[in-house]
Design a protein around this ligand. Sequence first.
Ligand SMILES: C[C@@]1(CC(=O)O)C2=NC(=C\c3[nH]c(c(CCC(=O)O)c3CC(=O)O)Cc3[nH]c(c(CC(=O)O)c3CCC(=O)O)/C=C3\N/C(=C\2)[C@@H](CCC(=O)O)[C@]3(C)CC(=O)O)/[C@H]1CCC(=O)O
Ligand SMILES: NC(=O)c1ccc[n+]([C@@H]2O[C@H](COP(=O)([O-])OP(=O)(O)OC[C@H]3O[C@@H](n4cnc5c(N)ncnc54)[C@H](O)[C@@H]3O)[C@@H](O)[C@H]2O)c1
Length: 199
Amino acid sequence: MFPVLLDLTDRRTVVIGGGAVGARKVSALLAAGAAVCVVDPRSALSLPPDVVHIGEAYRAEHLEGAALAFACATPEVNARVVADAKKRGVWVNAASSPHEGDFTLPAVVRRGEFALAVSTGGASPALARRVRERLEAEYDAAFGEWVRVLAEVRVEVLARVLDEDRRRELLDGFADWSWLERLRTEGAGPVREAMLARL
Ligand SMILES: C[C@@]1(CC(=O)O)C2=NC(=C\c3[nH]c(c(CCC(=O)O)c3CC(=O)O)Cc3[nH]c(c(CC(=O)O)c3CCC(=O)O)/C=C3\N/C(=C\2)[C@@H](CCC(=O)O)[C@]3(C)CC(=O)O)/[C@H]1CCC(=O)O
Ligand SMILES: NC(=O)c1ccc[n+]([C@@H]2O[C@H](COP(=O)([O-])OP(=O)(O)OC[C@H]3O[C@@H](n4cnc5c(N)ncnc54)[C@H](O)[C@@H]3O)[C@@H](O)[C@H]2O)c1
């Protein structure tokens, strides 16, 4: 398996089957800024407002223009989705038989641009969830703030510090955990100023 981070902003993604598993995929896709379409003949689905619901039984044409497809209906329907997607060169996630798809989903901790993804390769999704829960406590909101400040300060370092050794020394120094502790007590603004004062 090859871990990557995909930019799905405004890309068409199609989830076939809007049950419990499909709904999890929909939330993850919306969090990534994707354009999400759910194919499910059930009329009583409660989907988030930005999701397009196609209230039909799945047909291969639903995959048209999709960057990714998620087969989350019954195993029989999913098998068709996987075969059709492969024929069309659309990458597909297969909820009922993961190893037949092209990719699986990890459990994710998100803090702005910072992301931790946990996979057990299908060995134990329940364990992936527990590891995520542990990491969520450790990598809290303050950690996300730190990453945001680091992104802002890094732009300044790259623009203003031309000596490469000095740059590296500064950027490495700003990634020291002591800054996180300082951010917890003083807040993001003062930490940003303190970093910039070192340039
Ligand atoms: C990460 C997460 C994201 C997501 O849902 O997409 C995810 N499963 C999550 C939760 C979860 N899923 C299941 C349970 C019940 C307990 C258990 O079975 O352990 C729990 C735990 C819970 O709900 O607490 C049941 C289950 N899952 C799969 C099967 C089919 C099979 O194994 O064949 C079955 C049995 C179906 C059945 O028997 O009916 C398969 C997959 N699930 C994966 C991902 C992929 C591998 C990830 C990995 O191993 O690291 C993979 C391979 C395919 C895929 O990409 O979808 C999400 C974490 C959300 C979070 O962070 O809390
Ligand atoms: N990956 C995982 O984490 C995981 C966990 C549990 C179950 N599963 C598997 O995922 C699948 C879905 O599980 P669920 O709990 O969400 O089931 P569910 O019954 O809640 O949802 C399935 C949905 O598929 C829809 N559907 C049925 N036929 C369809 C068709 N022809 N076209 C489009 N949609 C159709 C149904 O209307 C329903 O809304 C199952 O195959 C199950 O084995 C995967």
